[in-house]
Ligand binder design. Sequence first.
Ligand SMILES: O=C(O)CCC(=O)C(=O)O
Length: 293
Amino acid sequence: MDFQVKPLASALGAEVIGLDMSKPVDDETQARLRQAWLQHLVLLFRGQKLSPQNLIAFSRRFATPHTHENYEAELRHPEHPEILLVKAREVAGRNTRFGEQWHSDMSFTTRPALASVLYARRMPPVGGDTCWANMYLAYETLSPPLRRFLDGLEVVHDLNHGTTHQSRPLDLMAASRKRNPAVRQPAVRVHPETGRKALFVSEWACPQFVGMTREESQPILEMLFRHSTQPQFQFRQMWRPDDLLIWDNRCTVHLALGDYTDFSQRELLRTSLIGEPSGQVLTRAEYAGAYDE
Ligand SMILES: O=C(O)CCC(=O)C(=O)O
């Protein structure tokens, strides 16, 4: 099957032109798509008319979709637990959006997502873009001493560290922590398919390095968050309805911009593809102070 791949930014992101992803794809085409994806990290397919089943079938060609047991039930599609409903909703009286801070999906679990897929259903006329940053470049552009320092380090990934969760009442926080206890992850991961190293820290999830205090960790982490998300490492997606996009969570972080006011206008469907095992759940002793007694 014939298709073109058009880069959309210098750092990452490309559009695939000429394929209808509601139809089956032969093995050779799928292998070429995977190569393009590994090279560009984010692939966009415009104008796709997909049913939930088509979306799951597209996702399954890359890896097994997660069924999202560790997410709140109301976020899951009522008939297809492989699909998350990505839209703003009210939690404890506050409008909450998905992905308000930079993150890599499910990094706060011991099976961080290999990839995620978003399919745009409704979009506001302006705003609501999503940005991705290339974490290979983030790692490779650090100085050799800092790379050596990070190579041996582990970092805490905690879903409840994010600002969305921090503003929740304690009972919701406790339920959330029960579903997703904090984990330790390598600060630098070797991508299993490309062999390249990528920085694995994010503003949403990472309060500190393992074995270091928060006071010691925070200046270094803040520098890494700034460094890794600088504009020249980014691709920005301006959504249109029927856009289908897949990204590699093993070497990117992303952020949803909240610059729109009518929350009912934006809705996407997401699948999360199960990744390689990584990290371990932290004990209370290892992550002192973060658990509410
Ligand atoms: O709404 C978006 O654009 C992105 C949502 C997001 O961050 C996620 O699904 O992880």
